[in-house]
Structures are given as structure tokens and as C-alpha cells.
Ligand binder design. Structure first.
Ligand SMILES: Nc1ncnc2c1ncn2[C@@H]1O[C@H](COP(=O)(O)OP(=O)(O)OP(=O)(O)O)[C@@H](O)[C@H]1O
Length: 264
């Protein structure tokens, strides 16, 4: 049984070199990003409130979309769910194994070979050595990297590293899958192949959280969505209702440029 329970979760980032001048001008409010406030001590420190009092409860079988303007907090929320960020306050309770399909190269070592990195990244994702060994040949074949897998990955291009990281991350289906629509650079043939693999992979997952600016993608994958604004969840409900609310508020669809490997 997979589940996600976030209670009053907040994440803020102190920014030490920021000028406080603009903060004094309360008339200037930005349309994007989290809330910026001055440090309580009156120092030359600004604090970006990326998430504020987030409450979210997801159960088996749910696929939820994160919708919101640039800097609304979607990626930060995914990183909290993936254990990459610790919240400053609040409680995160997750049940089940989790795979983040973003920050996809975390846990990989530039000096180690492709094969060694399959083991490293696999362990980072919580797989056992036995699971990784059982998947090794299939992962290697999927990457189409051939003899490069015996070389340190610092010799790979960005796209080659992405192929390797993607193949490892999608080798064993987790209970909870965290997805950001744009996960890297790849050539067209690999995008197609990756899309098909991802399709099969997502069918086996219990809970999916997807952050995207693509209405069509969110509609096709997620029956439920939340609308984020300046670090807060301001609405939650059926995806079509949330998209309508977003369009009514911002006047446009939330489609952004860039090609996604996740095909609706
Ligand atoms: N490492 C960091 N240091 C300082 N501020 C950060 C950091 N990461 C994120 N932020 C801030 O947190 C807020 C939320 O950012 P986040 O990346 O979560 O937004 P997003 O909704 O994913 O945006 P986008 O749609 O543009 O990808 C933004 O105001 C951003 O400036």
C-alpha cells in the first residue's frame, strides 16, 4: 500500500547576497516565484518561501498533476517528496518505494564507468545489489552505449549520460513515481523509445505525481490536480476544473515550450 501524507510542509531558502532594496518596495510584487521576505533579524538576507503550509494526501491508484506558474513551487514539492529537500517545518510521511524522474543524474559519479554507475545510481534509488545485477544486461542494452559503458561517464555527452540515468531509473517500477515533464536532452529516436518504456513503467506504479506545463499531458495522465501559486496550494480537484481555474486566472493554457518524452 503506497501513500503520501504531507502536513503543513514549508520550505524556504535563505539567500545571503541579495539586495534588500527591492524588498522595501512593497508595491513591487512579482508574478512568478515564491514569496520573498526580508530576514527577521533585519540582516542582508532574503528568504524565498518556496513552499508554505502544504497539506496533501494521496492514496494507492492516484495520479495527481501539479499545475502552476513559473516558480510556484512544483519542483520544490517534488524534491520534498523525493527526499532531496528536508522541509523547514511540517511532516512528510511516505509509504512505499519512490523514484524521482528528475535530477536524474543524482547519485552518479563522473569518474566511474557506465557499468559502475548502474550499480551506484541503482543503490541510490534504493534497489538491492541483487536487483541491479539482475537488470544489468537489460539496462545496458536499452542505453545502446555499447563499449562506452566501460569508460568513465565524464567522457559521455549530456545526452549519453541522460540515456544511462533514464535506463537505470526506469528499470524497476517503484510504488511512487515523481515526474517532471522535461527530464533532459536526447535525440528523437531515443525520445520515442524512452516514451514507450515510460508508458509501460507508469502502468505498474501505484501513485504518480506529475509536474507539467502541458495541459494535454496532465489531462491524459492525471484525474486529479492541485493548483499552486507562490508556494501554496490554492485549489485541488478534478484536473479539468483545475485547468479551467488556471486558464481563468492566467488567461492562457499552461503549455510551455520544450519537448517532453512523456506522451499523452
Ligand atoms: N536552491 C534554491 N535557492 C533559492 N531559491 C530557490 C531554490 N530553488 C527554488 N527556489 C525558489 O523557490 C521558488 C519555487 O521554485 P520551483 O523550482 O519549485 O518552482 P516551479 O513551480 O517548479 O517553477 P517552474 O515551472 O518554473 O519550473 C521560486 O521562487 C524559486 O526562486
Amino acid at each position: 500500500m503506497a501513500s503520501i501524507e504531507l502536513t503543513d510542509v514549508s520550505v524556504s531558502f535563505p539567500v545571503y547576497s541579495a539586495s534588500t532594496r527591492s524588498l522595501k518596495n512593497r508595491l513591487m510584487q512579482s508574478a512568478t516565484g515564491g514569496q520573498i521576505r526580508a530576514d527577521a533579524g533585519g540582516n542582508r538576507i532574503s528568504v524565498v518561501e518556496a513552499l508554505q503550509n502544504i497539506n496533501l494526501s494521496l492514496r494507492d491508484g492516484e495520479r495527481v498533476g501539479l499545475i502552476g506558474h513559473n516558480g510556484a513551487g512544483k519542483t520544490t514539492l517534488l524534491r520534498v517528496l523525493g527526499g532531496i529537500y528536508e522541509p523547514n517545518c511540517g511532516r512528510v510521511a511516505l509509504q512505499g518505494s519512490t523514484v524521482p524522474l528528475f535530477d536524474i543524474s543524482l547519485g552518479m559519479d563522473q569518474e566511474s564507468t557506465g557499468y559502475e554507475n548502474i550499480m551506484l545510481r541503482g543503490l541510490f534509488l534504493g534497489l538491492t545489489r541483487r536487483q541491479i545485477r539482475a537488470q544489468m544486461d537489460e539496462i545496458a542494452e536499452f542505453t545502446e552505449l555499447g563499449d562506452f559503458l566501460n569508460l568513465p561517464i565524464r567522457t559521455y555527452s549530456a545526452g549519453m549520460q541522460m540515456r544511462l540515468a533514464f535506463a537505470i531509473s526506469t528499470s524497476v517500477a517503484p510504488d511512487i513515481l515523481l515526474l517532471d515533464e522535461g527530464i533532459g536532452t536526447s535525440d528523437a529516436a531515443f525520445l520515442q523509445k524512452a516514451g514507450e518504456r515510460l508508458q509501460r513503467f507508469t502502468e505498474q506504479v501505484s501513485i504518480i505525481v506529475l509536474s507539467s506545463h502541458d495541459d494535454e499531458l496532465i489531462s491524459s495522465m492525471c484525474e486529479k490536480s492541485v493548483l499552486m501559486e507562490h508556494g501554496q496550494i490554492i485549489a485541488a480537484g478534478p484536473t479539468e476544473d483545475i485547468l479551467s481555474e488556471y486558464r481563468a486566472k492566467y488567461g492562457l493554457s499552461c503549455i510551455a515550450s520544450g519537448r517532453s518524452i512523456i506522451t499523452p
